[in-house]
Design a protein around this ligand. Structure first.
Ligand code: SAM
Length: 241
């Protein structure tokens, strides 16, 4: 897997942190705008899978502005505690504000943390979630195995990520939209010239479908499976400890 970085100047982790700090103010708007709100439906679909495990203590990795954690509360996951971690303080700041405004700061807490070296003891959580985060990890296998480490035995990891559609005409339409429309509009609104060019490049370079399940199996997940969404534009991956 080749390393695709936002700016090609330093390490991937530093550049990803810098990029998300930079676009944090427009991230929520652009996310829902570009996906026409479909990202919300995808998060709800992933939470439906998570609910089957009735987790009480949940870790939301690469939580960003906390959309997945907030949606979990809205969708009645009934977790007692959700901890969101992210490397970008800029994204966390936006997330903290949203959580406070919604009056759910007694359930969700956000803290700075790296997926590859999580600041938690092993076997701490019943479940973890990552939405549109794993593609940005500097070392995917390290991130996937550290998230497994903090799961209790029998716990579940639910990953939502962009994948590569293979079906005509979704594949062609998606390619055009992702490569031409999004970078142009994204650059204009976020004021970051690389963020929305990095997005399609990073999806292209990332293991999709079975290749991702292979990574999960390799680092020790069991009962791995996937659910393809919108002809493969995104996929939910599930694995247990
Ligand atoms: C596309 S955003 C997704 C945010 C959120 N999960 C959502 O569904 O909108 C990706 C996030 O991953 C975070 N990230 C990237 N690498 C990370 C790492 N190694 N550890 C923790 N967070 C990371 C970024 O800072 C960014 O906030």
């Amino acid at each position: 897997m080749s390393t695709v970085k936002p700016y090609n100047q330093t390490g991937k982790k530093e550049e990803v942190e810098q990029m998300f700090d930079q676009i944090a103010h427009s991230y929520d708007f652009l996310n829902h705008f570009f996906s026409l709100g479909i990202d919300i439906i995808w998060r709800k679909r992933a939470i439906k899978e998570l609910k089957k495990y009735a987790p009480k203590k949940v870790l939301d990795v690469a939580t960003g502005t906390a959309d997945f954690a907030i949606q979990s509360v809205k969708s009645n996951l009934q977790a007692d505690e959700i901890i969101g971690v992210d490397i970008s303080e800029g994204m966390l700041e936006v997330g903290r504000k949203k959580i406070k405004e919604k009056g759910i700061d007694h359930i969700i807490q956000l803290r700075r943390g790296d997926s590859e070296q999580l600041p938690f003891e092993e076997k701490t959580f019943d479940a973890y979630t990552v939405a549109f985060g794993v593609r940005n990890f500097e070392n995917l296998e390290l991130g996937m195995s550290d998230m497994l480490r903090v799961l209790k035995t029998g716990g579940v990891g639910v990953v939502l990520e962009f994948s590569k559609p293979t079906v005509f005409p979704i594949k062609q339409l998606f390619r055009f939209y992702f490569r031409f429309i999004m970078p142009t509009v994204g650059k204009w609104i976020s004021k970051d010239s690389r963020a929305y060019t990095y997005l399609p490049e990073s999806v292209d370079a990332f293991p999709s479908g079975n290749a991702f399940l292979e990574v999960m199996k390799k680092v020790g997940y069991s009962n791995t499976r996937m659910i393809r969404l919108a002809g493969g534009i995104a996929t939910i991956y599930i694995g247990e400890k």
